[in-house]
Design a protein around this ligand. Structure first.
Ligand code: MG
Length: 503
């Protein structure tokens, strides 16, 4: 009896998952191939499909299955795997039920107008164009928090969408420790006598060669091109239709070799996670990423700990030299390694180095949390933003476009998302430290271009579990510790003390 019911639930979940894949494919095509003329038609195709999925997910039939499954769980009749499935499905179902379709429609309407306003405001360098739209979004997001419910801060309810089970207070304690380290550490780096010469990156590198090189790198990393596709788009992203069909995009710029290579490695890290999820559980939470922050850890661990390391470039630099014959022959791999790791506080988050990057995130988190908790108002944002940039990075913001208006996230209504970028790095450093402890001579293996064991470690400790464990348990299980920023701090100290001759 029980098994039959659970099987019915799984069948429904699988049906929903395939519909979601179809919707993802529409989105992929929109970003990669679609003619501009199709924007409206595509948005209708996609919203109709989303509506259908939502209706099926919140139907009485589905609700009945969820209730019965929940009952079985409470009566302790399920295996651990089944429990994880039911736990996560109930969670999502409850959240979805609490938000009326009227609310969801209003949010969609408001954010779609806000995106246009944001573009215009950014172009005209005029915050007041965006301000009323953001005010409306904040109001709706506060309402969302009330509808969903929370214990301590309304921000908890929003953060939970991206980083399940994490509390704002936990995030705050990790971030404040990180900030207390980063701000003086950055000053120390800036006061160092050591100068890093990065002129070698100031060249134009043929796009075709960049692509060839990047393809070699992602194949070495272990991205399976028989079960995936790589193309180009304006903003690189990764999307999975199924573990047998994982796609990501890169962006290649003639004058930005570093960005082209490292963002490809970043997305390939996301893609490896998706390829490593257990296909046999497709449709259930067991084949879904644990959280957005954990997902980001898989991209950052490859991009930073591996792809920006001296070991990695010791192996790949001669190949890079060969690819761009003549352009790099006057420079050694150490020159290249130093150049790509140069620390320089800047205004733009996506161009930030790994020392300053998380300060960009922390300031966004502090501001959006204060907005949701009604401690500040939207009209104060530009000034508060500029002050924080000055306090944390020591620089002046010349315009709102390079300041408070630089990111698209708030216009999309994605409040609670920014922290996952910093969490990704913190998780990544913690996982990397454990991998170093558990894999014999990992550094040497990376110097030899041998990623097999490292990839296997990630797969075994992170990927194959999907959502079986809550992010907290997964972290503990994989690294033996609760989430903490000590490993990231040690990683930065070790790496940058050498680069900048610090004591
Ligand atoms: Mg990412």
């Amino acid at each position: 009896m029980k098994e039959e019911q659970l099987q019915k639930l799984k069948n429904k979940l699988s049906e929903l998952a395939y519909l979601n894949s179809a919707n993802s494919l529409l989105h992929w095509d929109q970003e990669v191939h679609m003619p501009d003329s199709a924007v409206e038609a595509r948005s209708k195709a996609s919203s109709n499909l989303s509506k259908l999925i939502h209706e099926k997910f919140t139907s009485e039939e589905f609700e009945q299955l969820v209730k019965e499954a929940n009952k079985s769980m409470e009566e302790d009749k399920l295996t651990d795997e089944e429990e994880a499935i039911v736990r996560e499905v109930c969670r999502e179902f409850k959240r979805e039920k609490k938000l009326s379709s009227k609310f969801v429609e209003e949010l969609t309407e408001v954010t779609s107008q806000a995106q246009e306003a944001w573009k215009q405001a950014k172009q005209e360098q005029d915050f007041s164009v965006f301000q009323p739209h953001l005010e409306k979004i904040i109001e709706l997001k506060r309402k969302e928090a009330e509808l969903v419910g929370y214990d301590d801060s309304p921000y908890d309810a929003l953060l939970d969408t991206y980083e399940p089970y994490m509390k704002t207070s936990e995030l705050e304690s990790v971030f404040s420790e990180l900030k207390d380290f980063l701000v003086p550490f950055l000053e120390q780096i800036q006061q160092s006598e050591a100068e890093i010469e990065d002129g070698l990156l100031d060249q134009e590198f043929p796009i075709e060669k960049q692509k060839e090189f990047s393809t070699e790198v992602i194949q070495e990393m272990g991205f399976d091109l028989d079960k995936g596709v790589v193309e180009e788009s304006v903003h690189p992203f990764t999307l999975s239709l199924h573990p047998s069909d994982v796609r990501f995009t890169s962006k290649f710029q003639r004058d930005d070799l570093q960005m082209s290579i490292l963002s490809t490695i970043h997305e390939a890290g996301h893609a490896l996670y998706e390829q490593g999820l257990p296909a046999e559980n497709f449709g259930t939470p067991l084949a879904e990423a644990a959280s957005v922050g954990i997902h980001e850890s898989q991209s950052r661990i490859w991009e930073l700990m591996v792809g920006s390391s001296s070991e990695f470039w010791q192996n790949f630099y001669p190949k890079l030299q060969e690819k761009f014959s003549g352009q790099l022959e006057d420079y050694t791999y150490q020159d290249f390694y130093k150049a790509i790791n140069k620390v320089e506080p800047g205004l733009i988050r996506v161009k930030a180095d790994e020392v300053t990057y998380n300060l960009h995130i922390i300031l966004r988190f502090e501001l959006e949390k204060a907005l949701i908790e009604e401690e500040i108002e939207v009209d104060q944002l530009p000034e508060l933003w500029n002050q924080k940039i000055k306090d944390y990075l020591g620089i002046e913001v010349p315009s709102v476009s390079a300041g408070v208006l630089q990111d698209i996230h708030w216009s999309l209504g994605n409040i609670g998302y920014f922290p996952t970028y910093a969490l990704g790095t913190v998780y990544a450093a913690q996982f990397y430290k454990t991998a170093q402890d558990e894999i014999e001579n990992l550094d040497k293996k990376i110097t030899n271009g041998n990623f097999k064991e490292f990839r296997g470690w990630l797969r075994e400790n992170i990927h194959i579990h999907g959502k079986y464990y809550k992010p907290k348990q997964l972290t503990k299980q994989a690294s033996g510790e609760e989430l903490n920023c000590q490993h990231f701090i040690s990683y930065l100290k070790y790496k940058y003390s050498k680069l900048y001759d610090l004591d």
